[in-house]
Design a protein around this ligand. Sequence first.
Ligand SMILES: Cc1ncc(COP(=O)(O)O)c(C=O)c1O
Length: 361
Amino acid sequence: MEKINYQLKERSRKVELPENLGFGLIFTDHIFEMDYLPEIGWHNPTIKPLENLPMHPASMFIHYGQAIFEGLKAFKTEKGEVVIFRPEKHFKRLNRSARRLCIPEVDVDFMLQALTELVNIEKEWIPIKKGESLYIRPFVYGSDSFLGVKQSSGYKLIILLSPVGAYYPEGFKPVKILVQDKYVRAVRGGIGECKTPANYAASLFAADEARKLGYTQVLWLDAIEQKYIEEVGTMNIFVRFKDEIATPKLSGTILPGVTRDSVIHILKDWGMNITERNVSIDEVISAYEKGDLLGIFGTGTAAIISPVGWLRYKDNEMTINNGQPDDLSLKLFDKITSIQYGLAEDKFNWITHVSKSEVEV
Ligand SMILES: Cc1ncc(COP(=O)(O)O)c(C=O)c1O
């Protein structure tokens, strides 16, 4: 791979971050960008000022959705060090999505180098308050201008950075979830396990209906029998029974979450009985009725752990753990965030330290 080109902007003043960052609202000064053509592969890797994309109205991804993305985070630790959480795992997942969407794969080692260079250049943008971080959004899209349905021959990859606020500024808060038994998110053999825009477009209508009924998000059931739980909103789901913690196994319709994987590792390390298997909504209800349902929580990069306080399925509304976060959710949230902020040992080697770049700005 060629060397990265640097077209860096003069920074005339110190970066000033607003008090409330929110999510995905502000962006850093620079992006990483590279292009793909079949004859030369990925080329022209550049770190350059953020600007609007010049785009032909026939750009293929706009019409047929041939695009993939990732979402990960960088943190400033208590000691002021800059670290990224499990970037290799995210780039490997980007390549998995790439294969399914007929998009050329990227070289993971090169992407790790490009990302650490970019984050190092933009480190002033990393907020330091507890819970805040730098959200990293790599994405790839088919860039040919053509109106027929086929795979694009040219592609663009971009890494965009956005400082984001704490997900729980007022404390860890359980959510209200509606079990969706009408619309489905993904079907076996489809693209549910990929991080690709179509899956998110497919989820909007149901999420909006749930919101109008006073729920934060939906719990998706499998598309064939509408019997087995799959994901909660855009998070993976874990159910804590009396003697077991179960999470749906990865069967092609579920995104293989990096947080899901981290939670499984930690629970195993704690000696807990964690299983990956099919979990039916009837099993959840029957455990609730017997008093054997101790907690339900979602996992994802944005919130890390999101406990479910209320779950509605048809006419049945369950209040889980009195609408309070269960102790295991709290313990897991604390463990993962402590690793991210450098407060706990990085036993599983999940942290990438952002090395000092040769380029100073
Ligand atoms: C559909 C979906 N499921 C699950 C997740 C959780 O994945 P991760 O833990 O890698 O953020 C996400 C978020 O990326 C998602 O979009």
